[in-house]
Design a protein around this ligand. Structure first.
Ligand code: UDX
Length: 454
């Protein structure tokens, strides 16, 4: 990079796996463009800084203990984090800014969109703030529409109207709106309002997505937001061999198990790092997988089944009776699993990282969204990009078995989905090539950051 003085970037992720991973990937991308990197992270849940010798780290106290489960009350956790971190973050920023006068100038702050508390603080210190939105653009458009949807009476959603099409946001139905199961909906709407407004007040948004995938949502947002948008994804394909930022150790036995299976024969099942299911749903999934007669690799994260440790509900002898057709692990090397030739489908909760990772490997999806952006992502996978099928009739063994067969067995529908998934995979390669949309957008981002006066 041609510049007189090296510039430093300050990056602050939200302390969840699905947010830390893309922020660290972005750090690698921007470091490769000549920027120095300081990651400001909370004391709750963070990978070991010694795995990232190229970056500086600054820990701020968030007031949470490791025993305080973030997943069990996601909404209140994010709200409290935004309150607790404000003062420690401000002090940390003041110190970094005063130190930088002697070293490299700080070009800007890059903040997770959900760390909205950082916007007024950056403003007060005259530090430009750029937002990283770790989710997709299409779901963000739905979040941004909440005030309007509430005004029109769509939200709160009436049980009887769940299946109705939302004309203003096609192809979403009311049941695809990014809701969360909470007893305090007003708190959720307020959080969304802050998250959207503080994004609007920022200097721009970086997306782990690419123009060809979400062109229509990007066009909609560009009309609503007068700030630049930088879709530079898929992030994980810039440096595929970089150190994993997984907070849980990944069970490598998955790969040797997959090696024993035929191409496109295995259903990989994982619901990400936060989602939880009931014991009944767990058993329906287990029987659905077993009855489908297709091999499966299933990530059952400790804590996935609400209130239970791990696999307690599984009937004794269940796995033995499958004679090697099933493999259960606590956490998988997901990107390697999706890239493995034996993996034929991904049954996912449609967290944005999982969705992008699946798209990049051309693996068709079975969609079972749980909350927020996942609901929108699943609708786009099944009805816009048409690279998957949504489990629409609830988590029931017969429906699971039927859906797996629709996707995995020789039939027109399954083949068409597989073809489209492979075409989309090609698109992800093209956008990263020189002159491709994401590559050009990254160059524009670098130029933009260098033009910022802090
Ligand atoms: C959260 C939210 O739930 C999601 O809606 C939002 O889009 C991002 O933040 P999470 O539920 O963890 O994320 O899902 P996802 O975005 O898919 O991220 C999970 C990450 O964990 C992926 O990068 C995936 O590769 C990794 N993973 C998952 C593993 O490494 N091993 C596993 O066994 C499962």
């Amino acid at each position: 990079m041609e510049q007189t003085k090296r510039r430093r970037l300050l990056l602050i992720p939200l302390p969840f796996q699905g947010h830390i991973t893309p922020m660290l990937q972005l750090a690698h991308i921007l470091h490769s463009k000549g920027f120095s990197i300081t990651i400001i992270h909370t004391s709750f849940d963070f990978p070991n800084p010694s795995n990232y010798p190229n970056f500086n780290f600054c820990c701020i106290q968030d007031g949470f203990s490791q025993t305080q489960s973030s997943a069990s009350d996601l909404l209140n956790f994010i709200i409290e984090l935004n309150i607790n971190c404000a003062m420690p973050f401000k002090k940390c920023l003041e110190k970094l800014l005063s130190d930088s006068e002697k070293e490299e100038p700080i070009a800007c702050l890059i903040s997770d969109a959900l760390c909205y508390f950082t916007q007024p603080i950056a403003n007060s210190l005259q530090l430009p703030r750029i937002v990283l939105r770790t989710g997709g653009v299409s779901s963000f458009v739905a979040f941004a529409a909440f005030p309007f949807l509430r005004q029109k009476g769509y939200i709160p959603i009436q049980e009887s109207k769940l299946e109705e099409a939302l004309e203003e946001l096609p192809p979403l139905r009311l049941k695809d709106l990014p809701m969360i199961n909470t007893k305090e909906p007003e708190k959720y709407y307020e959080l969304l309002c802050r998250f959207i407004n503080e994004t609007k007040a920022s200097f721009g948004v970086i997306w782990n997505s690419f123009e060809e995938l979400e062109s229509s949502a990007l066009a909609t947002l560009s009309q609503q937001f007068s700030i630049p948008m930088f879709p530079i994804g898929p992030f994980h394909k810039y440096f595929p061999n970089s150190c994993s930022s997984s907070l849980i150790s990944q069970d490598q036995s998955c790969i040797s198990w997959l090696d024993k299976h035929k191409p496109n024969s295995v259903v990989y099942v994982s619901f990400g790092s936060i989602a939880a299911i009931t014991k009944t749903e767990f058993l329906e999934i287990a029987w659905g997988l077993a009855n489908s007669k297709h091999p499966f690799l299933w990530v059952v994260r400790p804590g996935l089944i609400s209130g239970l440790e791990w696999l307690e509900p599984l009937p004794s002898g269940f796995m033995k009776n499958l004679e090697g057709r099933g493999h259960i692990v606590k956490w998988a090397p997901q990107q390697k699993v999706l890239a493995h030739p034996a993996t034929g489908a991904f049954w996912t909760h449609n967290g944005w990282n999982s969705t992008m990772e699946s798209i990049c490997e051309g693996v068709p999806m079975i969609c079972m969204p749980c909350f927020t952006d996942q609901l929108v992502n699943a609708r786009y996978v099944s009805h816009v990009w048409k690279v998957g099928l949504q489990l629409d009739k609830g988590v029931e063994r017969w429906e699971i078995e039927r859906t797996i067969r629709r996707l995995m067995e020789v039939n027109d529908e399954g083949m068409e989905i597989r073809d489209r998934a492979l075409k989309l995979k090609e698109g992800t390669k093209i956008c990263l090539q020189q002159g491709g949309s994401s590559s050009s957008s990254l160059e524009a981002l670098v130029t933009y950051i260098l033009s910022l006066e802090s």
